[in-house]
Design a protein around this ligand. Structure first.
Ligand code: GLY
Ligand code: MN
Ligand code: MN
Length: 439
């Protein structure tokens, strides 16, 4: 299942092959972040750093030097330290990084000030994600300035900085076979968690109890952390797009919107399902639900190579506007309402985003001024919704406070797409059947 060492090596080679001659790339890893006093958040490696190294320790810095005789891949990492390791766990140390992670050369990160200026000296260009790591930006400038200060003695400071993101993020957009396998597993585990929440849900429970079921299912399958904070919104809470309080009691008659996905082997899943607390949709809930589902299926239908990024979104706008007119929540001609973006009172977000190591993954959505064409290996979410604000007095009262989103993850294939999160039902009939069976 895991991405192999060979694949990490291929990624580094590919990046180096795109770099100009006589250049250097510097990619800092993540550092630990304090949660309270002397307790840290669970460590999460920087996605770019992980993509190129597979190395999961804090305080590391990767340096790539294409064409360097003594090794192109240099790593700075935490040194071995028996006392620290006794308290905090095993460290690879420079030796381990060379032996197990393919580095040609590795040094304790404490020596970086002495060594990195020497690696920068004489290189014409530096590839670096400027502005993303404030502390590291400053260090880098100090190292460059140290070389500039010695220019009179013949030192040759780099003259050009090039944005690394542009190259690296384009690579990350195309998922390899191994990445797709991992993402499929992330999708399966997350789908199982949504099924579990539907099966267990009863009016009277609290939103956090459903969140607990979801997290249990993730962790129980080796995905210890969610890819983002889980959203469990009952009733009108489902209309708050980023509701994460998850503290209300669930009432009979509520719809429950759950947006939750696990992180597995570094990769995110991102699923939303909306279902009735009681196991039965009301008429109003079902009518709006069926529009969202129709919009989602119409969007998935147009995800194929050659179509562009915005086509699925356009489909969702069309189906949702038509549906809201049919039910009387919007009044007017569909084409005018689309033109005026009248649907935005009910559907105010995009139909999806790239998905990968980050839940809102990297990669450009436009090339120049044009929407990007879809190509095999790209992974994206499809997540239309309808949210009728409780305060929307332009619609009949019976529609107010209903929030619905349906979200799946899909990978573009040679001739269409594959849904990675199909393991959790989404038609009204399937959801009601699952919940009846579980009751
Ligand atoms: N869960 C975040 C999103 O759906 O984009
Ligand atoms: Mn999403
Ligand atoms: Mn989501």
């Amino acid at each position: 299942m895991k991405v192999t060492k060979q694949e990490f090596a291929r990624r580094r080679s590919k990046l180096m092959s795109m770099m100009e001659p006589n250049s250097i790339a510097i990619i800092p890893g993540a550092v630990e972040k304090t949660r309270s006093r002397d307790t840290e958040y669970p460590f999460r490696q920087d996605s770019d750093f992980y993509y190129l190294s597979g190395f999961n320790e804090p305080d590391a810095v990767m340096v790539l030097l294409p064409g360097r005789e003594h090794g192109e891949y240099v790593m700075f990492c935490r040194d071995r330290d028996p006392a620290m390791e006794l308290w905090h766990g095993y460290r690879q140390g420079p030796e381990g990084v060379c032996k197990n992670f393919g580095a040609d050369d590795a040094f304790p990160v404490g020596d970086i000030d002495d060594i990195l200026p020497g690696l920068l000296e004489g290189r014409d260009r530096v590839y670096y994600a400027m502005g993303r790591h404030a502390d590291f930006d400053q260090h880098l400038m100090q190292w460059v300035n140290a070389i500039r200060a010695k220019a009179r003695t013949g030192a040759h400071p780099p003259g050009e900085f090039i944005d690394l993101d542009h190259f690296l993020h384009d690579m990350r957009l195309y998922k390899s076979a191994a990445e797709q396998r991992v993402m499929k597993r992330a999708g399966e585990i997350s789908a199982g968690a949504h099924v579990r929440a539907m099966q267990i849900c009863k009016p009277g429970m609290y939103e956090y109890q459903l969140e607990a079921e979801i997290l249990h299912e993730f962790a129980n399958h080796g995905a210890r952390f969610p890819a983002y904070n889980s959203i469990v919104g009952a009733g009108a809470n489902g209309c708050v797009l980023h509701y994460v309080e998850n503290e209300s009691q669930i009432r009979d008659g509520d719809l429950i919107l759950i947006d939750a996905g696990c992180e597995f082997e570094g990769y995110a899943a991102d699923i939303t399902r909306t279902f009735p607390a009681s196991g039965r949709f009301s008429d109003e809930q079902r009518q709006l639900y069926d529009i969202v589902l129709e919009a989602q299926l119409a969007a998935i239908e147009v995800i194929k190579p050659g179509n562009h990024w915005n086509q699925p979104h356009d489909e969702t706008v069309r189906v949702i506007t038509e549906g809201l007119v049919r039910l009387g929540l919007l009044k007017g001609k569909v084409s005018d309402l689309i033109e005026k973006e009248a649907y935005r009172d009910f559907y105010m977000h995009r139909a999806g985003h790239w998905l990968g190591l980050d839940v809102h993954d990297v990669g450009d959505y436009k090339v120049g001024d044009e929407w990007r064409l879809l190509e095999p290996g790209m992974v994206m979410t499809v997540e239309p919704g309808i949210y009728v604000a409780p305060s929307n007095d332009k619609v009949e009262e019976r529609w107010r406070g209903i929030g619905i989103r349906i979200e799946d993850d899909v990978v573009v294939t040679k001739d269409g797409c594959e849904v990675l999160t199909a393991g959790v039902p989404k038609t009204v009939a399937e959801i009601e059947a699952l919940m009846t069976e579980a009751a």
